[in-house]
Design a protein around this ligand. Structure first.
Ligand code: AMP
Length: 395
């Protein structure tokens, strides 16, 4: 049983072919710069192939055709023919209030994803395109949509509502939706298995280029730091996260910016990049901070402070915490971030094993010391595996 997992972005397409019984990744790759000049980078683990080739990719259709050709033809192919693919799982950014779980795509589902493009203008149209092209190229295959927002649909109303006039929710659907749901679900499920406890209280820190923190009670998301869009919450690579909404109006007014320009400023020019100035990458930030760069130190201190504030707030709203999990590029790899975040959380029972935290170890690692009341885990996320599992479950 082989599942093709697709993640279509506005100018990119990521794919994995996963054998769902062994959960082994047979092939994976990334098409970039679709509509510009085009490029595909692909890997076939078993055959030790890794290539980076420039190829014209005018639209997503050529990109998906190329992916199908590559998975069949590289070194005799990881699959002999497309017939071996049992179903296709698509990552879909926004499921709005329609979807609290993954679904098999039919005309009605596709129409709803299209309709939700208003809430996710950069992502949902690309996701729709990916599904439509698969339906055209492989009409007999089942397509499954796995939503980034679905896991957070369990949030109670007092958690997801903004205190705006109620008609902004009723008529415009402005509320907190949350994102990274597939990752938060995967990581909290693993922590739950380790805890093996009724009514567990878990905080998942997904820290990467985009970052969010979720509080999970008994397997259900009850609050998450991203909001109506992925802009809310933590300070991220290029996103500002929480700021006073009135400061947005003030900056627009003073700098004469349109809403589009302000949107770009907050999403692409802020966060680590905005404060540090040189890069949005956490590795560069840490390197410069260690050399004594003041702006790097400031950006890093801000990053840590905001993560810690969310953990404290979520521990309070959960009424305690059994485990804190770190995932994402920063969460999985930066021992310094984990140490600084946990250091001042000892008052709530968090005690990190400093030695273990600093060792490089792959896979799931328990980082808390034996006397810690709260378990601390590093859990590598695997969104594609969740998409493949959900696709398998539904077909
Ligand atoms: P992601 O978006 O999950 O792929 O994460 C990307 C982020 O992870 C970037 O900011 C990287 O700098 C960061 N990252 C990856 N490896 C490390 C590391 N060893 N130390 C600090 N940050 C890292």
């Amino acid at each position: 049983m082989k599942i093709l997992v697709l993640n279509s972005g506005s100018s990119s397409l990521k794919y994995k072919v996963i054998d769902i019984i062994s959960e082994y990744v047979l092939a994976e790759g990334l098409c970039e710069r679709i509509g510009l000049d085009g490029r595909i980078i692909y890997k076939v683990e078993s055959k030790n192939i890794k290539e980076n080739i420039e190829v014209e990719l005018p639209t997503h259709k050529e990109a998906i055709e190329l992916v199908l050709e590559k998975i069949q033809n590289i070194d005799n192919g990881v699959i002999k023919s497309i017939e071996e693919i049992n179903a296709i799982g698509h990552r879909v950014a926004h499921g709005g209030e329609y979807f609290d779980d993954s679904v098999v795509v039919n005309d009605d589902v596709l129409q709803k994803i299209r309709e939700l493009s208003e809430l996710a203008p950069l992502h949902n149209p690309a996701n729709v395109l990916g599904i439509e092209i698969c339906k055209e190229l492989m009409p007999d295959k089942t397509n499954v949509a796995v939503f980034d927002t679905a896991f957070h649909q369990s949030m109670p109303d007092y958690s997801y509502m903004y205190a705006l006039p109620i008609e902004d929710y009723e008529e415009l659907k402005v509320r907190k939706y949350g994102f990274h749901g597939t990752s938060h679900k995967y990581v909290s499920n693993i922590a739950n298995e380790y805890l093996n406890k009724e009514n567990s209280k878990i905080i998942v820190c997904h820290l990467g280029n985009g970052s969010s923190i979720t509080s999970v009670k008994n397997g259900q998301s009850i609050d998450t730091s991203m909001g109506f869009t992925p802009l809310q919450g933590l300070m991220m690579g290029t996103r500002c996260g929480d700021i006073d909404p009135a400061s947005v109006l003030y900056i627009m007014d003073k700098r004469n910016l349109t809403s589009n320009e302000m949107n770009t400023r907050m999403n692409k020019e802020s966060g680590i990049l905005g404060v540090f100035g040189d890069s949005s990458d956490c590795r560069d930030l840490q390197e410069e901070m260690n050399k004594g760069n003041k702006r790097a130190r400031l950006a890093f201190d801000m990053l840590i402070f905001k993560i810690k504030k969310y953990i404290g707030a979520y521990a309070a709203s959960l009424g305690g915490v059994d485990a804190i999990c770190f995932t994402g590029g920063i969460g999985e790899n930066s021992s310094v971030v984990r140490e600084r975040v946990c250091k001042d959380l000892e008052f709530m029972g968090v005690k990190l094993n400093i030695q273990k935290n600093s060792e490089r170890q792959d896979g799931i690692v328990e980082l808390s010391s034996e006397e810690s009341k709260v378990k601390v885990f590093k859990i590598p996320t695997n969104e594609e595996l969740v998409i493949a599992r959900d696709t398998y479950r539904l077909v």
